[in-house]
Design a protein around this ligand. Sequence first.
Ligand SMILES: [Zn+2]
Length: 178
Amino acid sequence: MKTKIVCSKSYAQSFRSELNETEFDLVWNNILQTGKQFYEIYKQRSPCILEIIPKYTGIRWDEFAPTEVLIYLVDTNGPSRSNPLTLKIRENIEYMLTVLAHELIHINMPNKLFHNKLVCEDVVNQVTLKVCAQAGISAGTETIEFYKKAMQNQGFKNVNINLEEVTVREALNLVYSL
Ligand SMILES: [Zn+2]
């Protein structure tokens, strides 16, 4: 699976439709600048991130992901998303790597494999923490822990797969065979 970072002005503009042309140009310049910085660190780290993800999920890239994933950089008030992979630019470039790892895991291990969206999100977060730890990315892990707590507070029981011993695929098969 290959990835490519894309800065598309019209796509980025659709996330900031409240701005006029001149106002958006400032945002656009920021996207281009951040994009350059992000590209520099992403090209060093991406081989490692892409290699680690299937080790934890147990799912090969060619099973569900397209052969090439485009990563669109935007400046939005909303969250990043996995389809199409839309990454929100941030001052903290390393944090962008964490969010990107999370979205790539969604692509490797699509929602449809889970009977419940919350379970999917929970498992994706667990894998994200493992992948980031292995790839030496520390930014944003506290946000994931915070999200986990928030889910618990709403009565959600975390799935807690021991990813050092089993892959997500193996764990899911266990669940399905019950
Ligand atoms: Zn997610």
